[in-house]
Write a protein that binds this ligand. Structure first.
Ligand code: HEM
Length: 505
């Protein structure tokens, strides 16, 4: 039994997907988006690829993309299953169909890492697992996968439980919370604990979190600007380069210090330092220090912010849907009786799991991901030429009304086994799919389900009157402006005490 109770043989909700799965310096591709080129594949009578609506001379689709990228994305399927988007002389193809998306993701040789987002991320994560090319991916994944073996999760969950308890115990009744900042602090501490296990000073943690955020916040604009502009001494460029250099220095120190001690701490870093790949030649058997630093940066950038975004959106949605919140409180009371959630509780936190699945459908933190086409090829009825940038978007697919009826409605019950019209498996892709599927899916699920249940056991979060919550244009989709009152459930008479007894109101 998994926390989410998947409909068997049908689209598998988040936790089931997650819970059953488990430098050599790469030449940085100079351009952001591919230059316009002519279709080169030998496809007989290829279907033309439509261009997105709203194109303007010279600028292409820059303005609608800057103004409201989510709206722009969600409307693309109206044009076709593969749609051309232009930014001045540059272009990318956006895949709008679940079958074609699956084709792109499962043919990782033809559709390799690359394109605007991946190329920009590579500046920071180097040749880490998320950005290394296909040719190097299999070896890296083999070396790193043991760190995410199911047997390691009870250990990781201890850190999750402790940090979730610490965070929720620090809140005061009636306090106004900056929810995104709270959740980012929580997931960053958990990431540090599980990566490094040794206690990191609060100052270093704050600094590291600040650097990670500065890098992530700069990414969306960097994706759309040509690399030569990076050298301009603008404030944002300076801030970005400072954060990147300091983050690398900090992590380099932590990794070299740990290697010098030679002790196995049972954490992710120890796993990376001792990982051996017996299928490789002796020179490639282990990860080098530089490769380990790339992996650590990758876990930071890829793991903490995305999981924080999922938690923040879930709290926002629960604040908007008191009836679902009441059901979650009832589940938390029955399973936890006021105490923090542990790994052993996961199978019974079924509604918490479905709430997070539905949150990832509505607001997938990895909302847009890119690839580059390495050879002239065919995608469905279309010819696609080598060098073309390809974009896929979980957000776009998850909001298609033909795939998810009433797609904008928050409905965790669409994931129950009883739903007679379960969503299509290939349409729900918050963690991607294929060989490059998120390695941290199970980790993230464990973290977010335990954290959400621990919060629900003690707290009710209410929006401030008049609050305007909007998706922020970051690299992870975050709710900006999300400030909420923390109301102690024991004060309202609805919660139970840590000893499991019902509190009298
Ligand atoms: C809600 C949380 C998360 C979401 C929505 C998410 C989303 C994704 C997506 C969509 C991909 C695939 C990208 C592609 O197709 O190129 C991915 C890959 C990856 N994610 Fe996550 N992720 C999450 C949490 C995490 C965590 C907690 C970690 C680490 C502890 C992590 C580490 C990675 C890595 C290393 C990859 C690259 C995998 C590979 O290429 O082999 N992610 N993630």
């Amino acid at each position: 039994m998994t926390p989410l109770g998947p409909p068997s043989g049908r689209t598998t909700p988040l936790s089931t997907q997650a819970l059953t799965h488990g430098r050599t310096l790469h030449r940085f591709r100079a351009g952001c988006l591919s230059r316009i080129s002519h279709p080169g594949a030998n496809v007989k009578n290829p279907s033309p690829i439509p261009t997105a609506a709203g194109r303007q001379p010279l600028l292409g689709h820059l303005l609608p993309l800057l103004r409201d990228p989510l709206r722009f994305l969600a409307r693309l399927p109206e044009r076709g299953d593969l749609v051309r988007v232009r930014l001045g002389p540059l272009q990318a193809l956006v895949v709008c169909d679940p079958g074609l998306t699956s084709h792109v993701l499962r043919d990782e040789r033809t559709f390799d890492k690359g394109g605007p987002l991946s190329d920009r991320l590579r500046e920071v994560t180097g040749n880490g697992l998320a950005t290394c090319p296909h040719a190097e991916h299999r070896r890296q994944r083999r070396l790193i996968q043991p760190a995410f073996h199911p047997a390691r999760f009870p250990g990781y969950a201890q850190a999750i439980t402790a940090r979730a308890a610490e965070t929720t115990e620090s809140w005061q009744d009636g306090q106004v919370l900056d929810v995104v900042a709270e959740m980012q602090g929580l997931t960053a501490r958990i990431t540090v604990d599980t990566l490094f296990s040794t206690t990191t000073s609060p100052d270093l943690l704050t600094q590291t979190l600040g650097d990670v955020n500065a890098i992530l916040n700069a990414m969306p604009v960097r994706m759309m600007t040509p690399p030569p502009l990076d050298r301009l001494p603008t404030r944002s460029n300076r801030r970005y380069h400072r954060a990147q250099a300091r983050l690398t220095r900090t992590l380099f120190r932590l990794v070299t210090e740990r290697r010098a001690t030679g002790t196995d701490h049972g954490d992710l870093l120890s796993m990376l330092l001792t990982a051996r790949d017996t299928d490789s030649g002796p020179a490639e058997e282990m990860l080098s220090d530089a490769e380990i630093i790339d992996q650590v940066v990758t876990f930071f950038l890829g793991g903490a912010d995305t999981s924080a975004a999922a938690l923040a959106w879930a709290l926002h949605l629960l604040g908007q849907h008191p009836e679902i919140e009441a059901r979650l409180h009832a589940e938390a009371d029955a399973v936890l009786g006021g105490r923090p959630a542990t790994h052993a509780d996961l199978p019974r936190l079924e509604l918490a799991g479905r709430i997070l699945t539905e949150t990832l459908r509505l607001w997938p933190p990895g909302w847009v991901v890119t690839r580059t086409c390495t050879t002239d090829t065919q995608l469905g009825p279309h010819a696609v030429s080598a060098g073309t940038s390809i974009v896929y978007s979980p957000y776009l697919l998850h909001r298609r009304a033909d795939l998810f009826p009433d797609p904008d409605r928050f409905d965790p019950d669409r994931w129950t086994p009883e739903n007679p019209h379960p969503p299509r498996r290939e349409a729900f892709i918050p963690f991607g799919v294929g060989a490059r599927k998120c390695i941290g899916d199970r980790f993230s699920t464990t973290m977010t389900v335990l954290a959400l249940a621990t919060i629900a056991a003690r707290w009710q979060l209410r929006h401030l009157p008049g609050a305007r919550v909007r998706p922020a244009r970051g690299i992870a989709l975050n709710p900006s402006g999300l400030r909420m009152h923390a109301i102690s459930r024991s004060a309202t008479g609805t919660a139970v005490l840590p000893n499991g007894k019902q509190e009298e109101s």
